[in-house]
Design a protein around this ligand. Structure first.
Ligand code: ZN
Length: 371
């Protein structure tokens, strides 16, 4: 006997809850594992830098990339010559450092600290007199040089598990169905030839231009998973830049969790990408454990995934019921001739900021609207 719609709906909700629980469990396992701990400990040894120095590093690194001296367009770990040596790595011959401005501090002493005129600078090694208070103050900057990890060689760099792009074909009709929902929300779907056009990202939602861009130089499965992620952003998140910055981590967790559910309903296992991605972004949310972050998003994610799945005309496997019984009377079987690969669309440059690569390393943070 066929299930009633209500039963089918309840079964799907239960399935999505189950999926979310296993995602939460997987995140917990990843962030409590030894690889994660090693990567965090390594990352903690790199200082955060001023905005100006971050810009200097990015500009110098982009130049080095253009000249073919570094393999990646964006910097990763950046440190001074001696710090690299202390980490067991050596700057390679012929790799010029990136010039930054290091703060110079001086020590000042005063017996009457309230009196601004009373402070005197201590020379190197000089001790304050009895009763004097000592304070450090920035007195200027001097040029200093730093190198990106890719300009060094030596001991391996502990990396947390990185998201792995999905491989293979996309489920039949899924790209078209997701693209229709993106368009219904007022966004144009763009295909761009490579990640360089969307700041190194796989996909990007631009709330100013009302576009969703997905890069074409990955397998159809990865493209359609990315489109599901961007549709999650379109439905859940908005253009408020300040809000976006504050909730960037949560937003990424939500969008990727939606993509996991949409993928799972079509028999796609996205966990190799989703688990490290979600863990990384959840770990960037201040004041909360990654697992708490993921748990707190469960309800919103499930609702959004259900809304997306309800509008799709694809064959879904979410509750284990054969697709023909799983859908209401308006369901049409997906024609066999529907091409799994997405339709090409004109590509154009999108002026917005990225979906960053997911690695919890102290990459100088450029945040933006490209959630
Ligand atoms: Zn995103």
């Amino acid at each position: 006997m066929a299930k009633t719609r209500e039963q089918a709906q309840a079964a799907r909700e239960a399935k999505l809850d189950e999926l979310h629980e296993s995602l939460t469990g997987a995140v917990e396992e990843l962030v409590s594992g030894p690889d994660w701990a090693r990567a965090l400990a390594f990352a903690a040894r790199f200082r955060s830098r001023s905005f100006n120095n971050t810009l200097l590093i990015w500009v110098a690194h982009a130049e080095a990339y253009e000249q073919g001296r570094v393999p990646e367009p964006f910097p990763s770990y950046v440190a001074g010559y001696k710090q690299w040596q202390a980490l067991g790595r050596q700057v390679e011959k012929g790799q010029p450092g990136y010039q930054i401005l290091a703060p110079m501090t001086g020590r000042f002493a005063s017996a009457t600290p309230q009196d601004a005129e009373s402070w005197r600078r201590l020379s190197k090694g000089e001790k304050p007199r009895a009763g004097e208070v000592v304070r450090s103050k920035m007195v200027g900057v001097r040029p200093a040089y730093v190198w990106d990890a890719s300009q060094t060689a030596g001991d391996p760099i502990p990396e947390p598990p990185a998201p792995r792009l999905l491989e293979g074909e996309a489920p039949a009709g899924l790209w078209g169905g997701l693209a229709a929902q993106v368009e219904a929300a007022g966004f144009a779907v763009l295909r761009v030839p490579h990640e360089g056009m969307i700041h190194g990202a796989n996909g990007m939602t631009d709330y100013t231009a009302n576009t969703v861009a997905v890069r074409e130089n990955m397998d159809p499965a990865a493209q359609v998973k990315t489109l599901a992620h961007e549709l999650g952003h379109v439905l859940l998140h908005g253009p408020d830049a300040e809000d976006a910055r504050q909730h960037r981590g949560i937003g990424e967790v939500e969008a990727e969790s939606v993509a996991l559910m949409v993928g799972a309903a079509h028999g796609m296992d996205t966990s190799g990408y989703t688990i490290p991605y979600v863990s990384t972004w959840a770990a960037r949310v201040d004041g909360k454990e990654p697992v708490e972050v993921v748990k707190a998003t469960g309800e919103r994610v499930r609702k959004t995934a259900l809304a997306i799945l309800d509008q799709l005309d694809t064959a879904q496997v979410s509750d284990g019921t054969p697709p023909s019984q799983d859908r209401d009377a308006t369901h049409r079987e997906t024609p066999a001739h529907v091409r799994p690969a997405p339709e090409p669309a004109p590509s154009r440059q999108v002026a917005s900021l990225p979906e960053p690569g997911a690695r919890p390393v102290p990459v100088p943070a450029v945040e933006g609207r490209g959630l």
